[in-house]
Structure formats: structure tokens, C-alpha cells
Design a protein around this ligand. Structure first.
Ligand code: MTE
Ligand code: MO
Length: 262
């Protein structure tokens, strides 16, 4: 099961240091809360285990321990609250970015032959053409694309929110916890947690710098999610699969962090 509190706190500290959209003041407040939680633990030690055991049990766990546990849980999940936004920039700050990564897109495709299939596990739920995306409310955003190789670039994306597209599969996605995406030839594939996919800045993009995507940048449709590194932002989506466990992931299998969060 879970990590020890010390491990969680260490990971919290490491993650917190790399989350840009939470202010320093907020960090300090949260760290203070974590210190207080620790202090409660020390105090409990002073009063002794018997006092803890004497507390009203909640789900078979002494209440004071449960409350500490829940405080940690809250602390933890608050880092990933769905409304934390990646910074956005003025469109004038953006420019065309390089081509980086050609797994699954080396061969050109006939764009008008392209279609995208949606599955729940192995059940085909629907097949889509580009018009099914361009007819949804269009979103433009200028964000920083960050690559694990150490470069970043401010770009303007145009597309639709994944959450707007996925709304039609609300019931059919069942108990999905993750989404798996792959290129049509399945050479490149990524897995993302459903919360990240449903984030308001996670787009199925068909434009880059206000022009239709070119093939090297993932035409006709790619994933954009500025809360994660480029490794997750799959170009030329062929399949979208709702699944209930962590999907295979190309760069995770090659040693990169699964969550790839920024
Ligand atoms: N199909 C596919 N998508 C991909 C990759 C890839 O190799 N193949 N590389 C990823 C990585 S590591 C980065 S940094 C970005 C780069 O996007 P760009 O080529 O549009 O700059 O694409 C991502 N999506
Ligand atoms: Mo990358």
C-alpha cells in the first residue's frame, strides 16, 4: 500500500519545488500545515499511545490518527487541484517551435483519410473525423511547451478542450481513471490520468501559431497539456482509450517519470 509519511513529505517537498503556479506564500502556508501535522504527532507521542487508543474510533482507526491522515491527504491532493493553471502569455510572445520527436509520425499520411477511434478498454465507442473537433468551441492559448531535454518554447495552440470532446462519452467512459492515446500505427503511446485530461488547458489541438498543424507537428490532431512535459503531448492521435488502470507509456518505459508534471 501507501508510502510512509516521511516519503510522502519528501516527495511533497520535491514536487512543490517544481510546481510554478502555486505562490511561495501558499507553499509556506502548506509547509506550515505539514509542520503542524508533525507537531500533532509529537504531541500524541507525549500523551502516549493509550490516549490515542482511547479516542473514538472512526472506521476502526483512532480518530486522531484518521484526522492526521486526512490532513495529509488534503495537503497532497491540493497540489493537483484541477483549477491550478499553467501560466499563459500574450500571443505576441509566441513563435513557431522546432520539430522534436518523430515516433509514429515518420511517414506522411493522407489527412483526409485520417480518423480517430475512441474506445472504452477494447470496446469501440465511436469514430471521428476532424470536423467532429473543429465544430466544438474553439480555444486558443499561448503557453510554454517544455521538453525534458531542457528546452522550452512559447507557442500558441488552437483546438478544443478534451473535456468538451469527452462530454459525449461521459456515461460510456464508465469507471475510467486514465486515458491512453496512441498514434495510428501505435508506435508512440502515452497514458495520462483522467484528471489531467479533463483539465481546462488540456486540448486536442489542430492549430499551431494560428495555422493548421503540419505533419511534423502532429497533423491533423495532437494532445496539448501545458501542465506536463512534452513527452506526454502526443502528435497525430489515432486512438483515445478510456481505461481503469495506468496505461503503457513510451517514455515512462524508457525511464522518465510517469506523471511528467510541471
Ligand atoms: N507522435 C509523437 N508525438 C510526440 C513525440 C514523438 O516522438 N512522437 N515527442 C514528444 C516530445 S518529447 C515533444 S518535446 C513534443 C515536441 O513537439 P514538436 O515536435 O511539435 O515541437 O512532441 C511530443 N509528442
Ligand atoms: Mo520532449
Amino acid at each position: 500500500m501507501g508510502k510512509s509519511d516521511a516519503e510522502r513529505r519528501a516527495q511533497f517537498a520535491a514536487e512543490a519545488a517544481s510546481v510554478p503556479s502555486i505562490t511561495k506564500a501558499e507553499h509556506r502556508k502548506r509547509s506550515r500545515r505539514s509542520v503542524l501535522t508533525g507537531a500533532a504527532g509529537v504531541a500524541a507521542g507525549v500523551f502516549g499511545w493509550r490516549w490515542i487508543q482511547g479516542q473514538e474510533p472512526d472506521n476502526n482507526i483512532p480518530k486522531v490518527l484518521r484526522q492526521t491522515h486526512e490532513a495529509n491527504e488534503e495537503l497532497w491532493s491540493s497540489l493537483y487541484r484541477p483549477d491550478a493553471l499553467a501560466p499563459t502569455f500574450d500571443q505576441s510572445a509566441s513563435s513557431m517551435m522546432r520539430v522534436n520527436g518523430r515516433h509514429g509520425i515518420r511517414q506522411e499520411i493522407e489527412l483526409d483519410q485520417w480518423s480517430l477511434e475512441v474506445f472504452n478498454n477494447d470496446d469501440l465507442l465511436g469514430t471521428h473525423e476532424l470536423a467532429d473537433f473543429t465544430s466544438l468551441p474553439k480555444v486558443e492559448m499561448t503557453v510554454e511547451h517544455k521538453c525534458v531535454e531542457g528546452w522550452s518554447h512559447i507557442v500558441t495552440w488552437g483546438g478544443v478542450r478534451f473535456s468538451d470532446f469527452a462530454a459525449q462519452y461521459k456515461d460510456a467512459m464508465g469507471s475510467a481513471t486514465h486515458v491512453a492515446l496512441a498514434t495510428p500505427d501505435e508506435e508512440f503511446y502515452v497514458g495520462l490520468d483522467l484528471d489531467s485530461m479533463m483539465h481546462s488547458q488540456t486540448l486536442l489541438a489542430f492549430e499551431l501559431q494560428q495555422e493548421p498543424l503540419d505533419q511534423d507537428h502532429g497533423a491533423p490532431l495532437r494532445l496539448v497539456t501545458p501542465l506536463k512535459y512534452g513527452t506526454k503531448q502526443l502528435k497525430r492521435i489515432g486512438t483515445i482509450r478510456f481505461v481503469d488502470s495506468q496505461p503503457d507509456d513510451f517514455w515512462y518505459e524508457r525511464g522518465y517519470d510517469y506523471y511528467a508534471g510541471l
